[in-house]
Design a binder for this molecule. Sequence first.
Ligand SMILES: [Zn+2]
Length: 126
Amino acid sequence: MRSRYTAFARQNVDYILKTQTTLPEKASRLELERDLSTIKWLRLEVISYTSVSQTQAQVEFCAYAMDSSGSHKQLVRHHEISLFCLAEKGWLYESGKIQADSGELKWQRNAPCVCGSGRKFKRCCA
Ligand SMILES: [Zn+2]
């Protein structure tokens, strides 16, 4: 899970594709590269990890990012509950449900930055 987040942050498309099952639809490589090129991931919060069975686990997480794909840069939250399954080569991402509170996030410019640096947002990742 964390290693996949790191791969998203570093735009390591090979790793992302290698650590997910083929089902449901595997995001096409080009689509993934395009999405990653406009997003800067700032922080990952794992909310819960639940073992569903010997070979399945559910992970709820929030990831925060700056998205510059639109006309203006915006801070976004990605809240997802995803299912991982254990294969021979380790845990693979199987599917995910994006939660309703995902999307643009308002952050006070003078508040501590979302990335956890301790600096003000406006002087850090804004
Ligand atoms: Zn920051």
